[in-house]
Ligand binder design. Structure first.
Ligand code: SF4
Length: 653
C-alpha cells in the first residue's frame, strides 16, 4: 500500500466549522487538487479492475487452521435475512418448564437438549417496527420488537458479511441440540470463573447472588476449557473474556490468565464491575503482569443517577478510581454499558463524550441493550415493552445526543463487516497458525460505528464523514476474491483506500500517512499474534485514534432467533462445552451447567470460605490510594441535560 499512498502532497489547509456544531476542523484543500487526486485514483482503479477481469481469478489459499480453502463471497453461506421471513424461536414458558423439570430431577438433560421449546416465528414489519411474533399452542401469543427503524434494519442486513466455516471435529464442544453453535470460533470466548459477585444490581442477566449454590471453576476445569477451545476447526484468533459473576473474586483469576497465555491466547480480557480494581491499587498491575490485555468495565452512565440500579453509594468514584488504576498499570478499558430504555438511553451521548475525552484510558464502548433474562426474565409485558431498547435505536439516539455529525444511514455497519478485514488478512497470510479474528454475529444483533479521535484536541468525527467505508469494504472483497499475489493485493488495497478518502473532508492535520497507520493498526488488531501482541497493539500513541462504538443485543426468549444462534460469536466455555451466550443465559443452560457442576451449596461453601462482601443498598466502597499520575488523571465532562420523550426518543433541553 505504501507505494500507492506515498507521494501525495500539496494540500492547502484551512480550518472551517460546520454549522454551529463543534466539529473537528477540516481541511479545505483546493477543490481542484482534491478532485484531481480522486479522479486519478478512480481512473487507476478502473484500469486495474478491467485488467483484473480479463485475467482469470486465482484460487484462495487453503490454510492449516481451516477445514478447506478460504471462501470467496459467492461461496460464503449468507445469513438469514429479509423481512418478512420465517424462523424458529423458543416458547418462553415451554423453555422454563423444560428447565425446571431438569433442575428438579424429573427429566434428564438429554431431553432438554433436544426439546428446549422450539416453535415457529415470524419476523415482519408493522407500524414502523420490525417485530418477532410467535404463537405457542399451549401458552398463547408472544410479540416483541427487533427494530424501530425498518429502513436501517434492512440496510444493516444487506451489508452483512457471510458466515464463517462450518465447525469440524467439534462434537464434544458443540452438542446442545437445536441451540448448537455450528460455524466459526467466535470473537469472544467467555470463561465464567465464578457465579459469585460483590454487587447485587437489577438488572442482572445472570441473577447473581440468588442461587442456592456456588459454581466456581477449578484449575482442571480451566485447563479442559482451553484444551477444548483448541480442539476443533476453524482455529482463529479470539478474545478471551474472563467473566462471572465477578471474575476477580475467583482465587484462580491470575492463574487462569497465566494458563491461557501459556496456551497461546494473547487477547486476554476481564469483564468486571471494577470494585476490585478500585479497592486494590496493585490489582491491575498483577493482572497485567499475568498477561491481561484489557478490561471491560461496567458503566451505565456518567452520573450516580444513571447508575442507581447498581445500588452502590459511590458508584462514580469507584469507576474513576478503577479506570485510573487500570490505566496506571498500562491496561486499557472498554466501557460496557447496559442500555435500558427510558432509564439511561438519554445519557449515551455523554458516555461517548467521556470516552473521547479519555481516549488514552478508554479503547472502545460496547452498548448492550437490556436482556430480559436472570433477574428480569419475568417482568410484565408492559414493563418489557417500556424498557426494550432495539439495537437500531442507538444510531438515532447518538445522532441526537452528540455533535459529532453522526448519520445513522451512513455511519453504522453490521459487526460482521469487521470480517472483511479479517478475510483480507487471511488471504495475505496463508501460512498463519491461526485465522484472523472473524466476527460472524448476525446483523440483527450487532452493529458498530467508528469515530476518529484527535487526541490533542479531544474531538471526534465519524470516519465515514471523509472515508467511504462501505465502498472500501466492497473493494476489498473484490480484491481478495480475485486471489492475486500478496504484492498486487496490497497495492490494490492501497489504491482502494486512496479512491475512497475525500481529502476535502479529512480533519485538519490528518494525512494519508495517518490513514495508513490506522489501517495497519486495524489489521494488527484482527490478525496480529505472538507473545508481544498486547504490548504492540497498544503502541499507537500518535495523534489519531479510532474509537469503535459497538452495540450488541444478546437475545432473551422473547426475541430469540434460532437461525442466528448457530453462528453465535460469543460462546461461553463451560464444563458442558461451548454454548452461545444467549442460549446460556436466556435459554436455561446456565442453570443446567451450574447446578450440575456446583462446587458446594451455600451453607457448605461458608463452612470453609469467608463471606464475600456484597456492595448493595447504597454501601460505600473503600477505595485504594490513588495510582493517579498526570497521565492517568481522567477528564470529567459536564452532563448535558436531556429530556426523554414518551416514546423513548431523546431531546436536549
Ligand atoms: S456486577 Fe451486577 S450485573 Fe454484573 S454479575 Fe454482579 S450483580 Fe450481576
Amino acid at each position: 500500500m505504501s507505494q500507492v499512498l506515498t507521494g501525495l502532497a500539496c494540500l492547502n489547509r484551512q480550518a472551517i466549522q460546520f454549522g454551529n456544531e463543534k466539529q473537528l476542523e477540516v481541511i479545505v484543500m483546493s477543490a481542484i487538487t482534491a478532485r484531481i487526486i480522486r479522479a486519478v485514483s478512480n481512473g487507476a482503479w478502473s484500469i486495474c479492475r478491467r485488467i483484473n477481469k480479463i485475467v482469470p481469478d486465482g484460487n484462495l489459499p487453503n490454510p492449516s487452521w481451516a477445514s478447506g480453502r478460504l471462501l470467496k463471497a459467492r461461496e460464503r453461506k449468507p445469513m438469514a435475512a429479509g423481512v418478512p421471513r420465517k424462523t424458529l424461536s423458543l416458547c418462553p414458558d415451554c423453555n422454563r418448564q423444560a428447565l425446571t423439570a431438569v433442575v428438579e430431577g424429573h427429566e434428564d438433560i438429554a431431553t432438554f437438549r433436544q426439546h428446549p421449546g422450539v416453535l415457529d416465528a415470524d419476523i415482519l414489519e408493522e407500524g414502523g417496527r420490525i417485530l418477532m411474533r410467535k404463537v405457542c399452542a399451549k401458552h398463547g401469543p408472544f410479540e416483541d420488537a427487533l427494530s424501530n427503524h425498518p429502513e436501517f434494519f434492512r440496510r444493516i442486513e444487506h451489508l452483512a458479511f457471510g458466515a464463517d466455516f462450518e465447525c469440524t471435529n467439534d462434537r464434544e464442544v458443540h452438542n446442545h441440540g437445536p441451540n448448537s453453535i455450528k460455524a466459526g470460533r467466535g470473537t469472544h470466548l467467555i470463561v465464567d470463573l465464578t457465579n459469585r459477585c460483590n454487587m447485587k444490581c437489577s438488572p442482572c442477566y445472570m441473577d447473581a447472588n440468588a442461587a442456592t449454590y456456588v459454581h466456581e471453576l477449578t484449575m482442571e476445569d480451566i485447563e479442559a476449557i482451553f484444551a477444548n477451545a483448541l480442539s476443533y476447526k476453524p482455529q482463529r484468533e479470539i478474545n478471551v473474556l474472563f467473566s462471572g459473576g465477578e471474575a476477580t473474586l475467583s482465587p484462580l483469576f491470575l492463574q487462569a490468565i497465566r494458563h491461557a497465555k501459556r496456551m497461546g491466547f494473547h487477547r486476554l480480557h476481564v469483564a468486571t464491575n471494577g470494585i476490585t480494581f478500585a479497592e486494590d491499587r496493585d490489582f491491575a498491575f498483577l493482572a497485567k503482569a499475568a498477561g491481561l490485555h484489557a478490561v471491560y468495565l461496567q458503566l451505565d452512565g456518567i452520573s450516580e443517577k444513571k447508575n442507581a440500579h447498581r445500588r452502590l453509594g459511590n458508584y462514580m468514584e469507584v469507576k474513576h478510581r478503577a479506570l485510573e488504576n487500570i490505566t496506571a498499570a498500562g491496561l486499557r478499558a472498554t466501557l460496557q454499558v447496559t442500555v435500558i430504555n427510558n432509564h439511561n438511553n438519554d445519557g449515551l451521548g455523554d458516555i461517548v463524550r467521556f470516552a473521547v475525552a479519555n481516549i488514552d484510558a478508554i479503547h472502545g464502548i460496547v452498548f448492550q441493550p437490556i436482556m430480559f433474562s436472570g433477574r428480569d426474565q419475568s417482568v410484565s409485558p408492559d414493563e418489557r415493552y417500556a424498557r426494550r431498547y432495539p439495537v437500531s435505536q442507538i444510531a438515532f439516539d447518538l445522532k441526537e445526543q452528540t455533535c459529532f455529525g453522526w448519520e445513522p444511514m451512513r455511519d453504522w455497519f453490521p459487526a460482521s463487516a469487521y470480517s472483511t478485514f479479517a478475510h483480507l488478512c487471511d488471504v495475505l497470510n496463508p501460512s498463519a497458525k491461526l485465522g484472523s479474528l472473524f466476527t460472524d454475529t448476525h446483523p440483527d444483533h450487532a452493529i458498530f460505528s467508528a469515530l476518529l479521535v484527535d487526541r490533542e484536541k479531544a474531538e471526534a468525527i465519524p470516519v465515514t464523514t471523509f472515508f467511504n467505508l462501505e465502498q472500501f469494504m466492497k473493494d476489498i472483497v473484490e480484491i481478495a476474491d480475485s486471489a492475486r499475489s500478496p504484492a498486487t493485493t496490497r497495492a490494490l488495497v492501497g489504491l482502494a483506500a486512496l479512491r475512497n478518502i475525500d481529502r476535502r473532508r479529512t480533519p485538519s492535520g490528518f494525512g494519508l500517512a495517518d490513514l495508513r497507520l490506522l489501517l495497519q493498526d486495524c489489521f494488527y488488531r484482527v490478525a496480529g499474534n505472538g507473545e508481544n501482541w498486547s504490548q504492540a497493539s497498544n503502541e499507537n500513541n500518535g495523534r489519531w485514534r479510532l474509537l469503535f462504538i459497538n452495540t450488541v443485543q444478546f437475545q432473551d426468549l422473547n426475541i430469540y432467533d434460532l437461525a442466528t444462534i448457530s453462528n453465535a460469536s460469543t460462546p461461553v466455555a463451560t464444563q458442558d462445552g461451548e454454548i452461545a451466550f444467549s442460549t446460556y443465559n436466556a435459554a436455561g443452560w446456565r442453570a443446567i451447567v451450574e447446578s450440575e457442576h456446583r462446587t458446594a451449596s451455600l451453607p457448605e461453601w461458608y463452612k470453609t470460605n469467608p463471606r464475600h462482601k456484597i456492595h448493595s443498598n447504597g454501601r460505600i466502597v473503600q477505595l485504594s490510594e490513588t495510582a493517579r499520575t498526570a497521565k492517568t488523571q481522567l477528564f470529567q465532562i459536564e452532563v448535558e441535560p436531556t429530556l426523554v420523550t414518551a416514546g423513548g426518543a431523546t431531546e436536549r433541553s
